[in-house]
Design a protein around this ligand. Structure first.
Ligand SMILES: CC(C)(COP(=O)(O)OP(=O)(O)OC[C@H]1O[C@@H](n2cnc3c(N)ncnc32)[C@H](O)[C@@H]1OP(=O)(O)O)[C@@H](O)C(=O)NCCC(=O)NCCS
Length: 155
């Protein structure tokens, strides 16, 4: 198991993190070959900081340089299958130069810990069938559910 350098800290975003978060958010879009308008970035970031909205973002920060090297965006929702809400991990991204050092694992562990604190310890997420690199990590930190996703349209 690779472990992120102890100097890498994962924490919720603050107002000052907008530029660093947005840089990774744009790279994440390039990775998925999608492009969202800047207005959506602003909308998302406002939601992350709004204590009345159950949507959050956390960043991995290199403690030495202060650079934001990873991000995870997640939200909570109700489910008929449980009394408790479930957490959906919407987006996960680690900068190319910081990969395979345990940062992705650390970001997901942060979500697990925060979800436990909220009393909603059930998390789930999706990835592309072709995203083998992500799946290497995911099968170590969760399990592959026997589900297929359908959509009416869109991404
Ligand atoms: C998927 C992603 C978040 C993983 O981040 P990361 O920081 O590299 O992940 P980690 O280092 O925590 O974990 C990678 C695990 O895969 C293992 N691994 C083995 N061979 C690997 C390889 N060739 N490539 C990548 N990981 C490999 C690592 O050893 C590690 O396992 P370990 O913790 O048990 O040692 C990152 O690659 C990324 O941002 N990719 C582009 C965007 C993306 O795919 N996001 C996910 C969308 S669902």
């Amino acid at each position: 198991m690779s472990s992120a350098d102890d100097s890498v800290v994962v924490r919720f975003v603050t107002e000052d993190d907008k530029d660093g978060w947005q840089r990774l958010w744009k790279s994440f879009q390039e990775f998925y070959e999608v492009s969202f308008p800047n207005e959506l970035d602003d909308f998302n970031f406002k939601r992350f900081l709004d204590p009345t909205v159950k949507m959050w973002a956390a960043v991995a920060v290199n403690g030495l340089s202060g650079e934001i090297i990873g991000m995870v965006n997640f939200f909570s929702h109700m489910s008929t299958w449980d009394f408790k809400d479930k957490i959906y991990i919407n987006d996960l991204y680690v900068g190319e130069n910081s990969r395979i050092k345990g940062v992705g694992r650390k970001l997901i562990q942060f979500v697990y810990e925060e979800a436990d604190k909220l009393g909603t310890p059930s998390e789930y997420w999706c990835t592309d069938e072709s995203n083998h690199r992500a799946q290497i990590l995911y099968t170590k930190i969760g399990y592959k559910a026997p589900k297929i996703m359908y959509k009416r349209n869109g991404y």
